[in-house]
Ligand binder design. Structure first.
Ligand code: GLU
Length: 315
């Protein structure tokens, strides 16, 4: 069997918080417990929101926690560059393949128009694209282009059901045209969309196992369709449950007290890892432990599938 390759794929728009700490820990354990390698890819497509200083801090934070990686980030390696902001020429090669096949069209809808339309919303709050600009004539396109630059969408087949088995969450089925609609590959400002970038990157970086937050489960069918269209090898996926605050709210970077900056002032890496491992079902007590000491016993079976509510007072 070929070697497992896992990855960290953070978007460093701030310091790490407990949600992405848990994600990094599980991605690392999942790869290392299978004797695998780990790649660090900095997902800074939104370069303005993700300055390099945050990416550098993120590397320090991962290292401080004892989560190492074999290639990527400032360390570099054979599949670089590892910063998405430096990979647009690579994305463009794959994007052009789709353009050449007539699968990409311009969309002039503003975000406001899409949300105002009576279009159904997905469970993740996104709008199902109603196909407004799907069949514009060349003349309509020329007219609309005078007013605003378009985003570029992927034309889906009329009917397309995609199914896969998530390594942690189990079977998932989505009818892409009905549940999502034609999705954006390139934004109006020219930046390639996450959906395209993540597929190209995971494939070219040899990633075989994607471990990430459950909020991205609903993106996976879109990505699987791109793997098929681009004839790239798809990895396996394991999506984590969401980590919630003790009161059941979703944790986010806004929870300042849960940012690594504040956690570092109060705890050692072993204390943080021990508490997270306890919350995630990997240990029966929240005692301090090194990440490396969790490798031998790691199993996805121990990790809950439903949202994890942090016990009150744990952090
Ligand atoms: N960059 C994304 C994040 O930090 C993760 C994307 C992925 O794992 O596919 O939430």
């Amino acid at each position: 069997m070929s070697q497992v390759v896992g990855r960290f794929a953070p978007s460093p728009s701030g310091r790490m918080h407990l949600g992405n700490l848990l994600c990094s820990l599980l991605a690392w354990l999942s790869a290392r417990s299978a004797g695998g390698r780990v790649v660090l890819r900095i997902e800074d497509l939104d370069a303005m929101r993700c300055p390099r200083t945050f990416a550098d801090l993120l590397e320090q934070d991962l290292s401080w926690l004892g989560l190492d990686w074999d290639e990527g980030g400032s360390k570099g390696g054979p599949h670089g560059p590892y910063y998405q902001s430096e990979r647009s020429e690579i994305y463009n090669l794959y994007y052009q393949r789709l353009v050449e096949r007539g699968l990409v069209y311009p969309c002039f809808c503003s975000r406001g128009q899409l949300h105002a339309a009576s279009a159904p919303h997905r469970s993740d709050g996104q709008v199902v694209y109603p196909g407004t600009c799907r069949n514009l004539t060349a003349r309509q396109v020329a007219e609309a282009a005078k007013r605003r630059p378009p985003a570029w969408r992927l034309r889906l087949p009329e009917d397309l059901t995609l199914s896969f088995t998530d390594g942690h969450m189990g079977p998932v089925t989505e009818n892409l045209p009905a549940d999502c609609g034609d999705f954006v590959l390139r934004r109006a400002d020219g930046v390639f969309a996450y959906q395209l970038a993540v597929v190209v990157d995971d494939a070219l970086m040899g990633v075989t196992q994607v471990v990430r937050g459950g909020d991205l489960l609903s993106s996976t069918p879109r990505q699987l369709w791109l793997y098929q269209l681009l004839d790239l090898p798809a990895p396996t996926f394991c999506h984590l449950p969401l980590l919630l605050a003790p009161d059941g709210r979703r944790l986010s970077k806004r929870d300042g007290d849960q940012s690594l900056e504040n956690l570092q002032a109060r705890f050692t890496p072993e204390q943080i890892i021990g508490k997270l491992a306890y919350a995630a079902g990997l240990r029966s007590t929240p005692d301090p432990v090194r990440a490396a000491d969790l490798v031998a016993d790691f199993s996805w079976d121990k990790v809950p599938r439903q949202d994890i509510c942090l016990p009150d007072g744990l952090f």
